[in-house]
Design a protein. Structure first.
Length: 109
C-alpha cells in the first residue's frame, strides 16, 4: 500500500489492512507486536466460520463491524470497516484500540 508517510506506524492502536482476497497488505508496529508479522499472508485461517461470514459481508455489502473484547487483562474496541479504491471496496481496515475499564460517554449535539 502506497502512502505519503506512514501515519499509523507508531500510533497507539493496532492497524491491520487486508485486500479483497483477505491477504494482509499493511500492519503497523502495534499490529505486528500483537498478531505477529502477517503481511502477505491470508488472514482467513486465523478466523472461525462466524468471523469469516462477517468478513465476507464487509467485503460484499460494505458494512462495518464493531465490538469490544477482553484479552490479556485489557479491554479493546475492535472496529472493522471497508476501504475503497476508485469507489469500489478494496479490502478491510481493522483498528484494535485498548480502552479503559471505565470510560466516560458524552452526548453531543
Amino acid at each position: 500500500m502506497e502512502m505519503i508517510g506512514d501515519f499509523f506506524k507508531e500510533t497507539g492502536c493496532a492497524v491491520t489492512v487486508c485486500d479483497t482476497d483477505c491477504n494482509i497488505v499493511y500492519q503497523n508496529d502495534m499490529s505486528v507486536a500483537v498478531n505477529g508479522d502477517m503481511r502477505g499472508k491470508c488472514m482467513l485461517p486465523c478466523h472461525n466460520d462466524r468471523s469469516r461470514g462477517i468478513i465476507g459481508r464487509i467485503l460484499s455489502e460494505g458494512i462495518t463491524n464493531s465490538y469490544t473484547i477482553s484479552k490479556k487483562g485489557q479491554r479493546k474496541l475492535i472496529h472493522q470497516t471497508p476501504w475503497y479504491r476508485d469507489g469500489r471496496i478494496a479490502g478491510i481496515i481493522e483498528l484494535s484500540i485498548v480502552i479503559p475499564d471505565q470510560m466516560p460517554h458524552y452526548d453531543r449535539s
